[in-house]
Design a protein around this ligand. Structure first.
Ligand SMILES: Cc1cc2nc3c(=O)[nH]c(=O)nc-3n(C[C@H](O)[C@H](O)[C@H](O)COP(=O)(O)O)c2cc1C
Length: 98
């Protein structure tokens, strides 16, 4: 049994990629895995300042919701990243998260 963390980055809750996340979660739960989904639009995630402090501390100086999400990521066995295609790429929400 694995701990699965889904990061859903569409601003549209219940939109196409979010629905795919939920279908994936249903299948994973049916197979006995535990699943948690984080909806990025509900989170406060600030832009990287490029200060470089994390190079030494492995922590971000900003106080936002990334600390909470990073804890979840460290505890997960599998991380699923879901994004709509925006301009031939992942969307800005996912880029900011990464
Ligand atoms: C700003 C913006 C840019 C988009 N760019 C693309 C694109 O380059 N290629 C594409 O196939 N669809 C593009 N789309 C369409 C979305 O990928 C599509 O509507 C997707 O299903 C939205 O995902 P969501 O329902 O999870 O929000 C774009 C949509 C938006 C809002």
């Amino acid at each position: 049994m694995k701990k699965i963390l889904i990061i859903s980055s569409s601003p549209r809750k219940g939109g196409n990629s979010d629905l795919l996340c939920d279908r994936f979660a249903d299948g994973a739960k049916d197979s006995g895995h535990t699943v948690e989904k984080v909806f990025l639009a509900d989170m406060n995630i600030r832009y990287c300042h490029g200060c470089g402090a994390c190079n030494a501390t492995h922590k971000c100086v900003q106080k936002d919701d990334m600390a909470l999400i990073l804890d979840k990521m460290v505890n997960a066995d599998v991380i699923v990243l879901a994004t709509p295609v925006y301009f031939y790429s992942m969307n800005g929400q996912m880029k900011t998260f990464m």
